[in-house]
Design a protein around this ligand. Structure first.
Ligand SMILES: Cc1cc2nc3c(=O)[nH]c(=O)nc-3n(C[C@H](O)[C@H](O)[C@H](O)COP(=O)(O)O)c2cc1C
Length: 174
């Protein structure tokens, strides 16, 4: 069975190399608007998105996350032209799940526009050390919100195979 939505889901990959060019404002607006249409528990919408296109801000988060997590790799954001940081309301049991749904909506919206993305958990490191408050402020997280996940978005500069699927993750009780 196939349709445009199923094709988009099937074609999405985590893209870890991007062309230098920026995505257009129109593309970004479409991705952000799609994200806001995501479902959330009790329609609480316990999320906030901070768009960062400033390379030096991304570099600061990258350096801190790598320091705290003791990572060797060069750039946890893969030099993407746009990074969106998703923060989520503290103390609400569905916050992180809702943020996950939101970020997948963004990944699929990006894919549908011919863009690439990768969902990122590693930036969490920057919010786990003594400078958490500084980074919360730098990224304009609302009060009582904390880092949930990030997503790098750009024009893909690499192709990738689909990940291996595990059909035994499905069971029926008929
Ligand atoms: C919550 C979450 C966090 C992730 N964090 C990272 C990350 O920090 N760095 C990275 O390169 N990929 C990250 N990924 C991407 C996964 O590695 C990727 O989805 C997985 O390997 C399957 O590949 P695919 O997305 O191409 O199907 C993350 C994915 C999710 C859903």
């Amino acid at each position: 069975m196939s349709n445009p939505v199923l094709e988009t889901i099937s074609e999405r990959r985590s893209i870890r190399a991007y062309k230098k060019e920026q995505i257009t404002q129109e593309q970004l607006d479409a991705i952000l608007a799609s994200a806001l249409e995501s479902p959330s528990a009790r329609n609480r919408q316990p999320w906030h998105m901070t768009v960062v296109r400033n390379k030096s801000v991304v570099a600061e988060v990258n350096a801190e996350a790598k320091k705290i997590l003791k990572l060797d790799r060069e750039d946890i954001f893969y030099d993407a032209p746009t990074v969106v940081f998703i923060s989520a309301e503290k103390g609400w049991q569905w916050s992180k799940l809702d943020a996950g749904i939101l970020v997948q909506t963004m990944a699929l919206a990006a894919q549908s526009l011919g863009l690439g993305s990768v969902i990122l958990g590693l930036p969490a490191g920057a919010f786990q050390g003594p400078r958490e408050g500084y980074f919360n402020e730098l990224l304009k997280f609302p009060p009582n919100y904390e880092f949930a996940v990030a997503i790098s978005i750009g024009v893909p500069d690499a192709a990738k195979e689909a990940h291996e699927q595990e059909p035994d993750k499905i069971k029926y009780v008929d």
